[in-house]
Design a protein around this ligand. Structure first.
Ligand code: ADP
Ligand code: ZN
Length: 737
């Protein structure tokens, strides 16, 4: 399906359509007519165009409509000094916009998020380590050196360096004067170091056949999608790196998406070992300078291997030959704010449009991908055993109904005994609790009042670390009250239920002498600090690790032999259609952290329902049986992946008005009925108020083969929205909050 569109060129003065990066209203035109500038322009050119009094970024999208009065037509201000956007990326953006019902300008913004696109200076002043590092250094100077080492030899600007090291410019200048740092004018964007793809890989056992299959897919140079399924530690990364190697040998570009920035540290080390240099990195933890460089280099071929977060999918690759989505089941691939898209699905779309293979890797695939493989739409490769001596952990339930435990304790005697044994042997234990903060509820023991957020329909969560109550919806905080806000009784406020901070308190009291580390996304100021903590733990810097969801994701802790799940029932509550799937994936992933090296691991799940079918499936380990049963249930109910869904979220300050619009939409459902779709709602969203805006949801259910997007567009167009009301359409919703 590779693109064969030939790009047109336009003579000066000719009318051209320019897609601008600014939406003029939801259904407003994204493409405006302009006159081609002096010197002409061509399709895909990045241009600066006047819009009212301002100049904004746009891309030449095709011939103009010609409907606008030619006398009033303004000219493109200038063509930017950047590679034109290829036809392939343009059609990807169009198709992605159509699929997600996103205005095209918003889609274009995702693809032009490179700093300095509109400015052009060719050099910048940068700093790097140059001379020997003296033994005696002030703290501030030491931090500068550390920051530079963190950047792995990359040159950085003064602003970046002082920010990363938390010091003033004079500290850096002082190090320059001493000859420890070099200060130089460097071309802004230099190519990335070449990667050596000719060194032999080291696959073994069933990795070999899987590697061969992926290499063959790269050689076919055409779209295909492969689900690479293998238990944690089976060598999936090792296998897809062979496909990357083949892609690089073909002199094409490879993209690997990872769900979590903190994961990249381990990945970068492995790439360095395999290819002799690091790939280019694209995620929120990367400096503006690096982003700018990467964006430019990807477009000109100066970056051949990119590892990144979901937005890397929108980079202007020159010749994309492979896309890997690692941990493809991970929910963070779904962007839940702004443009609502699922990077896993969009990766498959981009692969289909470019004409390159896509690899989805996971130990616990999403039911969507499992079903596509089952239906023969995706190829499937299996790695069934852990690499080397490592074995899958043994899994057992701890029946909490039989454990003696007070209300303010969360570690059962059985689990405590297992931890004690590990600490004695010098092995690591991980206690998993998917709840940030100290306690989920702050309750008045006199009147029963629970402290909630003033702007959201949510309880405030106590964070002792911050000494505040925090709303996990909107981020609002307030001090922890000593007097009940409702009944004014003093000294009766109590923390109820566990969060990781409270668990840490219990662990410290219970295992004195053990070194305790807490991994929770909110405890780290930067992605880099989190990365550093993970490395310390992996090197043995903690005996007991307490973690939220972030520890479930692919980190390698070689000394870890015990995983204790504090509340295995947590995800089973609630009515989310994916509750069983999510719990199954999360528990299997967390358990998979144990025993990744020579030491055999054990996973213990604290549960009040040891006979729940999902808990039994997790313990039994018969994954295919679980997916088959789950698939059968979804098929019977006609829900994804065997049916289609879209969520409509209406929000506004006036609750009655939001409901009125929702009811109006529900009444005018003819366009949806025509395709056999059903409308549910309007109903208050599970979180009925966020940031003072009332939220109402409608849910649309349709059969699999229907053209849902066209019907939805026609449907919402019938209703004129009041100015302060927002409507978001979520195709294939993952969360229903
Ligand atoms: P997964 O991605 O499936 O979790 P990894 O690729 O991370 O698995 O492999 C798990 C561990 O085993 C890693 O430390 C990796 O370096 C090692 N490993 C896997 N395959 C091989 C191999 N063929 N030779 C040497 N080490 C391997
Ligand atoms: Zn709030």
């Amino acid at each position: 399906m590779a693109q064969t569109v030939t790009d047109r060129t336009y003579a000066p003065g000719q009318t051209v359509g320019v897609l601008i990066t600014e939406a003029l209203g939801r259904a407003g035109p994204g493409v405006l007519d302009y006159r081609a500038p002096e010197g002409g322009c061509g399709d895909g050119d990045l241009v600066e165009v006047p819009l009212g009094p301002r100049k904004i970024l746009g891309v030449v999208w095709g011939p103009g409509e010609g409907t606008y009065d030619p006398a009033k037509l303004r000219a493109i201000a200038r063509v930017l000094d950047a590679r034109p956007m290829r036809a392939e990326l343009r059609s990807f953006l169009t198709r992605a916009a159509d699929y997600t019902l996103t205005p095209l300008p918003a889609m274009l913004r995702l693809a032009t998020r490179a700093p300095g696109l509109m400015s052009g200076a060719a050099t910048r002043r940068v700093y790097r380590l140059a001379g020997p590092v003296p033994n005696q250094l002030t703290d501030a100077r030491f931090r500068v050196i550390e920051a530079l080492r963190d950047y792995g030899g990359a040159s950085v600007t003064l602003a970046e360096l002082t920010e990363a090291a938390g010091c003033t410019a004079s500290v850096v200048k002082g190090l320059v004067a001493k000859g420890v740092l070099a200060e130089e004018d460097a071309p802004k964007d230099t190519p990335y170091p070449p990667l050596n793809a000719h060194a032999d890989g080291r696959l073994a056992g069933d990795q070999i056949a899987a590697g061969d299959a992926l290499v063959a897919a790269v050689d076919r140079n055409d779209y295909s999608c492969t689900l690479l399924k293998g238990v944690t530690g089976s060598g999936k990364t090792e296998v897809y790196l062979e496909a990357v190697a083949e892609c690089l040998r073909q002199r094409r570009q490879a993209l690997v998406l990872l769900p979590e920035i903190a994961l990249t540290a381990d990945f970068l080390t492995r790439v360095q070992a395999r290819f002799g240099a690091r790939p280019a990195e694209w995620h929120s933890g990367v400096t503006m300078t690096e982003r700018r460089r990467l964006w430019r280099m990807v477009a000109t071929g100066g970056a051949s291997f990119v590892v990144g977060a979901r937005s890397a999918l929108f980079l202007p690759f020159q010749d994309l030959g492979l896309i890997v989505v690692d941990e493809e089941h991970d929910t963070s691939y779904k962007q839940e704010e702004g443009v609502l898209y699922n990077a896993r699905d969009m990766a498959v779309l981009r692969g289909a449009i470019v004409g390159c293979p896509v690899v989805l890797a996971s130990a616990t695939p999403s039911l969507e991908s499992w079903a596509n493989a089952d239906a023969g739409k995706y190829l499937r490769l299996n790695l069934s055993a852990r690499f080397g001596a490592a074995e899958m952990p043994q899994m057992h339930a701890i029946d909490m109904r039989a454990e003696a435990l007070t209300n303010d304790r969360f570690i059962s005697p059985s689990l405590a005994a297992a931890v004690t044994a590990r600490v004695a042997k010098g092995e690591q234990s991980l206690l998993f609790l998917n709840r940030r903060g100290y306690a989920p509820i702050t309750l008045c023991r006199a009147c029963g009042h629970q402290v909630g957020c003033d702007d959201c329909d949510a309880r405030m969560v106590e964070h002792r670390f911050l000494k505040r109550l925090v709303c996990h919806q909107c981020g609002a905080t307030k001090p922890v009250p000593t007097t009940c806000p409702a009944c004014k009784v003093e000294g009766k406020m109590a923390a109820v239920g566990p969060g990781v901070e409270r668990l840490a308190e219990e662990v410290t009291a219970r295992f004195p002498g053990a070194r305790v580390a807490v991994l929770s996304s909110d405890l780290f100021g930067s992605a880099r600090a989190l990365k550093a903590q993970i490395e310390t733990i992996a090197a043995g810097g903690a005996d007991i690790i307490i973690g939220t969801q972030i520890v479930a994701k692919g980190h390698n802790f070689p000394l870890l032999t015990l995983v204790g799940v504090i509340d295995a029932d947590l995800g089973l509550q609630g009515s989310d259609l994916r509750a069983a799937e999510r719990t199954f994936q999360l528990m299997r992933q967390v358990a998979g952290r144990a025993g990744r090296a020579e030491l055999r691991g054990t996973a213990l799940l604290q549960t009040h329902q040891p006979d729940h079918p999902v808990i039994r499936a997790i313990l039994g380990g018969d994954e295919e049986a679980f997916w088959k049963a789950e698939a059968a249930e979804r098929q019977a109910a006609g829900v994804p992946p065997y049916g289609r869904m879209a969520g409509i979220i209406l929000s506004g300050p006036d609750v009655a008005q939001v409901f009125d619009v929702g009811a109006d939409l529900a009444r005018r459902d003819a366009p949806l009925r025509r395709i056999g779709a059903q409308v549910f709602g309007p109903a208050p969203a599970p979180i009925a108020r966020v940031r003072g805006r009332h939220r109402v949801r409608l849910l649309i259910k349709a059969d699999k083969g229907t053209s849902l997007q066209a019907a939805l567009t026609e449907w919402v167009a019938q209703v004129k929205l009041p100015a302060n009301l927002r409507l978001a359409i979520d195709i294939d919703p993952q969360s229903f909050y």
